[in-house]
Structure formats: C-alpha cells, structure tokens
Design a protein around this ligand. Structure first.
Ligand SMILES: *Cc1c(COP(=O)(O)O)cnc(C)c1O
Length: 413
C-alpha cells in the first residue's frame, strides 16, 4: 500500500501528491500512511534517540519524505507540566497541563500550520488563504512568511487585536469582516475560486490535522518522563477545548496509528470536548445523541478559539468522544476566565481562556462524580494568555516616587 488520502465519510481514496481540499462529497480528507512498511524503523526507541527540536521528530507519519523538507519554526515538543497540589488543584493525584503556549506564535495552531504550509509549498501552492477568529491567523501568516508564500486572511472585526496585529506584522494580507468566522469562510471560498488561492481552512485541507496529531504522539513520551513512574502510556482522560476540532480529531487519528505501529494497545483516553456556553454546537449534538452538529445561533464567547458555530468535522469529533467513553461539556465565559486566572496563579502557566475552560470543565466533572481524581488527566492549555490582554483588567497600580526615601512605607509585606 502507498500513502494516500481517504475521505473521512465514504472511505474513497484520493492521491496524496496533489493539492486537495474537501473530498467529492464535501467531507474532510485524512492522510493514510503505509505504516507496515515503516514500523520496523519507527518505534518509540527510534524516536527517543533523536535530538530533533520540533514535532517533525515524528516525520515518518507526517507529509514529508525527510525531516529537512519541513517548513518549521520549532513547533511542538511542548512541556507536560505536573500540576502542583495547591488550591483547587490539590484534589488531583495525577493532573498535568500540556502547555501549548510555548509554540511559535504562542499557540498550538503552529503545529497545524507547519504541516499544512509544508505540504502546500511542496505541491506548488503560491498563495494560501483562510478565515480565522484568532490564533490560526498569526500562525498561518508566520509559516507562510517562512515558506515565502503569500497569505490572505479574513477575520471577524472583533478578533482579538493581538491576532490581527501579529498577522499584519508578518506580512499577511488581512481583511476584517463584519461577521462570524463562517462568513469569513464563505469569502475565502469565493476568493479561492476567483484568484486561485489554496484554502487552508480547518479540516478543508488534510494536513493541519496531521500537524496537530503530533500532540497525541508526544503524550506517552511526556508521561514516561514525568514524575510518578507512569511509563510509556497514554493518559486516562484528555480535556480538549474544541473549536473546529482539529486537535481532537488529530489525536484520535494518532492513537489509531500508534496502535497499528504496535506502540500501544486498544485502550484509549476518554476524550472530553470542552466548549463555551455561548458557542457549544458539539456539546449540544452530543447531548441530543446526534451524529452531526447544527449551526449554533448567536455564537459568542471571549474564548476566540472556541467561537466556531459550525464545524465541517463535527461527526468525526462526536465519534471520537463517544467511542472513547468521553464527554462534552460547556462552561460560561465567567468560569473560563476565572479558570485561566487559577492556572496562572496556582501553577504559573500562562493560560489562555480556552485553557481556563478545560480546567473548569475538569472541576465540574469531578464534582459530578464522573471524573476519578486519581486518574491521569491531561488538560490542554492551547495557547498563551498574552494574546488576550484586551480581556484583562488589573486596576490602578500604585506608582512609587523613587525620590521619596519613605516610598516603601506603604508596603505591607
Ligand atoms: C483554535 C484554538 C482552539 C480550538 O482548536 P481546534 O483544534 O480547532 O478545535 C482552542 N484553543 C485555542 C487557543 C485556539 O487557538
């Protein structure tokens, strides 16, 4: 068997060596590799011995013939931070934060864009385009810049300023749109038809998933090095803040590949999809037993990564959540902001609102009795809190007069 693309809905196979977007029936295409032929030389020990400093350490299951073909800025290989048993975190025995804030451009979108831009460049694309309400824009702008490609970005007007500024600064052609990310997506689609751009929208090309799946490959290597003697295994529960679902679908795919490679057995982590109350299409579909989600009306949340009212990969997410025995749960914006603050204060990890959301979901599922506090739990902090400074208020800080010899008198220590 050779590497190929497979339609996630019909199983139809398509060539992997051509630029492809959605499959013939409008559903996502996923990459399939000839795992049997690489199995012998691609075992955990081979990976352990590599000193590569990026997710391309796993290049055999990525869209390249060799590691050096990657458009890479050092993405992935993020730390798995064991939570200190402090404050509300004291209740858990084996709680970890996979801290994606250390990625280039400050979010795990770097993983997806590194893989997608690598592949688009190799197959001859000159201009890429996508809609983004947040971190995908900055990541695309920087990877396109590194690859020497032009990048067109369509962003809702109320996208966090940091995401807009970083994209403009990296040389992308940025357009603000008076609508939601789905409205931006429609403009991208028209632009691609009209100008021949290559569409990098979430799950509308096959390789952002490939980049994000490396989070799944990293987890057992992270856990075996973590304190507590966990060995080379997957966590029991994964909390994932879900927008388009690329990471959830990607990790689920990674686990299947890892089993086929003989790295792990059939057991899987419970996948918990976390969304914001103001935009929870996957939670709604999960609760109603539906296979597909419906467009979530009036989508709103400050967690811009979760503001995806309709996702083309909805059925793949719902399948992974259900097959894993996981759950789907939403939290309010107040809760997720409080959660981000707790992670920062008690653990020192610079959490984004989306990271705050998974922590609060974890607390809710513990309170409901669903979650065993002794289980190995991984919370994904998917980006840096620094890009959300516009949401934070620190009040008026005292200004000290350094010429006043008594200026420290007001301090109570
Ligand atoms: C994009 C994004 C998400 C959602 O990721 P998906 O894999 O598309 O579901 C979560 N958090 C942050 C910070 C993001 O930028």
């Amino acid at each position: 068997m050779h590497n190929r693309l497979i339609c996630s809905a019909t199983g139809e196979s398509l060539p992997i060596d051509q630029l492809q977007n959605l499959g013939p029936t409008g559903k996502p295409l996923l990459a399939e590799y000839d795992l049997d032929s690489i199995k012998a030389g691609f075992q955990p020990d081979n990976v352990r011995q590599r000193d590569a400093r990026s997710m391309w350490k796993f290049w055999e299951v990525m869209p390249v013939d060799r590691m050096s073909d990657a458009v890479s800025l050092g993405e992935g290989l993020t730390p798995l931070i064991p939570c200190e048993k402090r404050g509300p975190f004291a209740k858990y025995e084996n709680l970890f934060i996979k801290d994606e804030s250390t990625n280039p451009t400050g979010s795990f979108k770097a993983r997806g864009m590194s893989a997608a831009v690598t592949r688009a460049k190799a197959l001859g694309a000159k201009v890429v385009a996508l809609p983004s309400a947040g971190n995908a824009a900055g990541a695309a702008a920087h990877y396109a810049a590194n690859a020497g490609m032009q990048c067109f970005l369509f962003m809702p007007e109320d996208t966090p300023p940091a995401n807009i500024i970083e994209s403009v600064f990296a040389g992308a052609n940025v357009f603000l749109v008076n609508g939601l990310i789905s409205d931006c997506g429609k403009l991208v689609k028209q632009g691609c038809e009209r100008f021949g751009w290559f569409d990098l929208s979430t799950l509308k090309e096959p390789f952002r998933v490939e980049g994000k799946k490396t989070m799944g490959y990293e987890l057992p290597f992270d856990l075996e090095r973590a304190p507590g003697g966990h060995g080379f295994q997957l966590p029991d529960v994964i909390f994932y803040p879900t927008g388009g679902g690329t990471g959830l679908i990607g990790m689920w795919k990674a686990f299947a590949e890892m089993e086929q490679l003989g790295w792990i057995g059939p057991e899987r982590p419970k996948m918990v999809s976390v969304q914001a109350e103001g935009c929870a299409p996957v939670v709604k579909a999960y609760e109603s037993g539906a296979d597909h989600a419906t467009m979530f009306p009036n989508a709103h949340t400050v967690a811009s990564g979760l503001r995806v009212p309709a996702a083309v990969g909805d059925f793949l997410m719902l399948n992974a959540i259900r097959e894993s025995g996981g759950a789907a749960i939403s939290v309010s914006d107040d809760e997720l902001m409080a959660g981000a603050s707790e992670i920062c204060r008690h653990q020192g990890v610079c959490a984004c609102p989306e990271g705050g959301a998974v922590w609060k979901a974890c607390e809710k599922l513990l309170a409901s009795g669903w979650l065993d506090p002794a289980s190995r739990i991984v919370l994904f902090n998917t980006g840096t809190g620094l890009k959300y400074n516009h949401l934070l208020k620190v009040g008026d800080l005292p200004v000290l007069d350094h010429n006043d010899p008594n200026c420290l008198d007001q301090i109570v220590s």
